[in-house]
Design a binder for this molecule. Structure first.
Ligand SMILES: [Zn+2]
Length: 191
C-alpha cells in the first residue's frame, strides 16, 4: 500500500518537485518528550499518514507539530501545522484515511499559495483549490487501489455543506466543487 501511494505522488509532483526538503519540527508549546513520543511511536501505527507527511516534507515544506491549532493549517508556501492529537491512534471521528485527507487539503493550500506566488485571492478560491486538490489526490490513490481517502471525502464533504455556515468560505467552495462533473464522477466510481 505504501509503495502505491509513493508511486502516485512521485508521478504527480515530478513537474513541481523541489530540490529542497523540509522537516518535521517541534512547534511551540509541545514538550520534547511529547514530540519524541510522536516520532517514535505513531510511526508504527499510522503508516499511511506518515507516508504522506514524508512526501510533503520532501517538497520543501516544514511540518510543525503544535497544539496551537485545532487540527491542521497551512501557512504560506512552506509550512503546515498539525495538532499532536492527529497522531493519536484510533482518534475519535478521525480514522487514518480522514487524517490523510486533512494533510492533502493543507498541502493543497501550499500548492495554491505557490501558484499565486504572492498574488492575492479570496478565501473561497483558496478553500476551493485545497479541496479540489485533496479530491484529485484521493482519486489517484483510489485508482492505485486504496479507496479509503476518497470514501472519507465522499462521506464528509456533503456533511460539511449541510452543517456549515452558509457564509463560510469552506461551505461556499464545497457547494461549487460538488456540483462539478469531476466530483460526480468520484461518486459514481467510489460511493
Ligand atoms: Zn482549507
Amino acid at each position: 500500500m505504501n509503495k502505491m501511494i509513493i508511486s502516485f505522488f512521485l508521478i504527480l509532483f515530478s513537474t513541481t518537485c523541489s530540490v529542497f526538503a523540509g522537516d518535521v519540527v517541534r512547534g511551540n508549546d509541545l514538550s520534547q518528550r511529547e514530540f519524541d513520543n510522536i516520532l517514535n511511536e505513531s510511526n508504527h501505527m499510522l503508516h499511511k499518514l506518515w507516508n504522506i507527511i514524508d512526501q510533503i516534507i520532501e517538497r520543501d515544506v516544514d511540518v510543525y507539530i503544535t497544539p496551537q491549532i485545532s487540527l491542521g493549517a497551512a501557512r504560506g508556501m512552506h509550512s503546515i501545522l498539525i495538532n499532536p492529537r492527529v497522531f493519536t491512534p484510533n482518534l475519535k471521528n478521525y480514522p487514518e484515511d480522514r487524517l490523510v485527507v486533512v494533510l492533502l487539503h493543507e498541502y493543497g493550500h501550499i500548492v495554491y499559495n505557490r501558484k499565486l506566488n504572492g498574488r492575492t485571492s479570496n478565501r473561497v478560491d483558496h478553500e476551493y483549490a485545497a479541496f479540489k486538490y485533496s479530491v484529485r489526490q484521493a482519486s489517484y490513490i483510489a485508482e492505485d487501489g486504496d479507496v479509503g481517502p476518497i470514501r472519507q471525502l465522499i462521506h464528509y464533504l456533503p456533511i460539511r455543506i449541510k452543517n456549515g455556515n452558509r457564509s463560510d468560505p469552506h461551505t461556499i467552495a464545497l457547494k461549487e466543487l460538488t456540483k462539478e462533473r469531476f466530483w460526480l464522477e468520484q461518486l459514481t466510481k467510489y460511493q
